[in-house]
Structures are given as C-alpha cells and as structure tokens.
Design a protein around this ligand. Structure first.
Ligand SMILES: *Cc1c(COP(=O)(O)O)cnc(C)c1O
Length: 388
C-alpha cells in the first residue's frame, strides 16, 4: 500500500529520524579507552529521566519484561512475599513472573479499568504488622487498559503505615511521557524499556535502583546470572558493560535522551497530556467510552476504547490496518474484542494524533458503529487549535 504505515500502537512507538540516524553506526570495540565517554554520561543522563539523583541507573540488552525480573531477582529470595494489584495484562504478567520465580504472591484483584486502590493498599499494609510483605509491585501505567495509577499515593500509604517494603514500579509505558519521580516517591526499582517513551526499537531494559534496593542485592538469594546487577555495577563503574552491549541502542538512547532533555521533561509531560486530551475529546464526540473508568485513571500515553456491545473491536483494528494502513492496538486477554487502543506516546504531534483519530473514525464507520462522520476529528481539531 502506498504511503507510510501509521503506527498508532502503544509500543513500539515511532522513532524520530534523528534517533534512527544516530543508530546507524559502525560497530566498534566496546572495551576501547574511548567507550566510557559514551557510557558514563549516558548512565548519568538516564537518571534524569527517572528523576533520581540518589539512585543508580542500569541498561540491559533486554526488554521491559526482563526489567521486571531484574527488579525481583536482584532484591528478593524465594518464598519472600510480594504484593501486587492485578488490573490488566501487564500487572497480570508481572504477577505470574513473581510466582514462577518462587516468590509468595499476594495478588489483589481490581476491576480492569481501575488503578491501584490506595485505601485498600493502606489497609493491607496496616494489617501486615510483621512486615511480611517484602515488596510492592506497582504498574504505573497499565498499557492494556489505559489506566495510570498514583505512585506518590502508594508512597503516602506506605509512610502512613510505617511499612518497610520495597517499592518496585513498572514505568515501561510512562517514563519519559508521564511525570515520574523516583526520589520524591521513594521508588526502589524503576523499570523502563526502550521501545515506548524512549522512542527506540525494543532491545533495551533501562532501570534505576535506589540505595535501599542496591543494598538488598547483597542478601537476596533468587538465582541470577545474566541479569545480575552486580556485574553491571562492577563494569559500569569504569564505563563498560559485563558483556557486549547493543551499540545502536546506546547511540540511539544518547540521542533520545538529548531530545527529551532539550524539550524539557515538564514540557514533554505537558505535550503528552494535551495530545491525550485531544484523543479523549474525539472519543467523547463519537459517543464511545474509555476502558479507564474515571478521569483520575486516564492515561496520557494510551487510550483503550470500548466498542459498543455487539461489536468486535478486532474488526475495527483489522479494517484500519487493511484498508487505511494504520496500526491500532489490540485488546489483550480479558478485554480482547472489547477494546482497541490508540497509543499517543513518544515522537508525535497534533497532526499525528489527528491521523490516528481520522483512521479510527473511518474504520468505526466501516464497521457500522454509529458515529457522526467527522465528529471525533472535529472535536480534536477544536481542542488542538484552542490550546496550541
Ligand atoms: C510493553 C510493556 C511491558 C513489556 O515490555 P517488553 O519490552 O515487551 O518486554 C511491561 N510493562 C508495561 C506496562 C508495558 O507497557
């Protein structure tokens, strides 16, 4: 099909041309005396995106999923109790991983479309007077339902109950897009991946560990080898890696961090909010609803949109892809067929979102979902023009 495919899924996201070019590098000796000049500032600048000065950043040649495992296996021991709230496919997969690693998982069910319930969290922590819960696993932005949870609120609940658990946060689809404050919120391990807000291909797991999490490494007995942070600590100290790093990912990350820091993180967050608001105006104008049940859960990086009863969201996605060359995100697991997703994160602007809205609108109409032609585009246009 002529023209470019419009990638409107919540990851992988579009790669800026300057990042794409920065990744086209000849291979080089990763043990050369020059190499630390790339690595050391990269690890320092990565910390800025996590908003940590006290923590330590890591880059693994892996993906976000490995990030979960790096957090768990480097800090915990088999049988340790972890608390997780399950409200979507990503919190579900993280919960499953914790079980498979031999941890004792307290899984609290929350309706898909809601986020972490702070009151319930505080009650559970308050009742755990012997501090048997060793870690809380929180998915900041649940990409499958388009729900953002309040991580600062979790820290408050922990402080209110004087609970000593470690706080691990999956920020794979929030970091670099939605405000994230590792130090302020007392996050112990923050997890990110290369292919969402960092605008790179998949292949990099980026993390930051607090001093408390680093100290936990010394007495954790979960098996770890390739994902052991200690080998990275030893090699990173001099600007190297314990094994061959992915050079394109490192050079691409250099450029994407430059872009984010030049724009300014607060401006990046404001841009994501505004673009997301335009998409939400369109959804409202179509008369459709988000999977996220309340505005406080609305995600600024992805909107999961419910199709009316009797319709299959997969048909909308298939039409959009085959007929209009636009990729929308599928509904996963519990919400398969019920939602389709528009990713609005990374390298995008008003017109990129309008393309997503227009393509979606045509696919909705083709599938006999009753919307007013142009309603969504019109609402978004007005919003973007008036807030430009
Ligand atoms: C994409 C995603 C992951 C998984 O990342 P991979 O790079 O696919 O391993 C984990 N958590 C969230 C919230 C995600 O959006």
């Amino acid at each position: 099909m002529a023209g470019r495919n419009h990638l409107c899924i919540p990851g992988p996201t579009n790669i800026p041309d300057s990042v794409q070019s920065a990744m086209l590098v000849p291979m080089e000796d990763h043990r050369s005396s020059d190499f630390p000049k790339l690595v050391q500032p990269l690890l320092e600048d990565l910390k800025k995106v996590f908003k940590t000065t006290k923590g330590q950043a890591f880059i693994f040649p892996a993906t976000g999923t490995a990030g979960w495992e790096i957090a768990l296996s480097n800090t915990l021991s088999p049988g340790d109790k972890v608390l997780i709230f399950r409200f979507g496919q990503f919190s579900h997969l993280w919960m499953e991983m914790a079980t498979r690693l031999g941890l004792s998982v307290q899984c609290e069910e929350v309706a898909w479309g809601e986020g972490i319930p702070l009151g319930r969290m505080e009650t559970i922590l308050g009742a755990d007077s012997r501090h048997e819960i060793k870690a809380i696993l929180a998915t900041h932005n649940e990409t499958s339902t388009g729900v953002t949870s309040d991580i600062g609120g979790i820290r408050k609940a922990m402080d209110a109950t004087g609970h000593s658990a470690l706080l691990f946060v999956d920020g794979v689809s929030s970091i670099g897009c939605i405000d994230f404050r590792m130090d302020d919120w007392g996050v112990d391990v923050a997890i990110s991946g290369s292919q969402k807000g960092l605008m790179l291909p998949a292949g990099g797991a980026m993390l930051a560990f607090s001093q408390k999490a680093l100290a936990a490494r010394d007495h954790s007995t979960c098996p770890k080898c390739f994902l052991d942070i200690q080998d990275h600590i030893n090699a990173n100290k001099d600007g190297y890696f314990p094994y061959t790093p992915s050079l394109p990912i490192l050079y691409g990350l250099r450029k994407s961090l430059d872009l984010l820091l030049e724009e300014g993180l607060e401006n990046v967050f404001a841009r994501h909010y505004r673009l997301a608001e335009g998409v939400r105006k369109a959804i409202e104008a179509w008369g459709l609803e988000l999977c996220a049940k309340e505005p406080k859960w609305h995600s600024d990086t992805v909107s999961a949109i419910l199709v009316p009863n009797g319709f299959n969201a997969q048909d909308v996605i298939t039409t959009a892809y085959n007929k209009y060359n636009i990729a929308l995100g599928a509904g996963l697991s519990q919400v398969a067929g019920k939602v389709f997703r528009i990713g609005h994160l990374g390298d995008l602007n008003d017109v990129s979102c309008l393309a997503a809205i227009a393509g979606t609108e045509m696919a909705l109409l083709d599938n006999s979902i009753e919307i007013q032609p142009g309603a969504g585009v019109g609402a978004a246009i007005e919003y973007y023009r008036n807030t430009a």
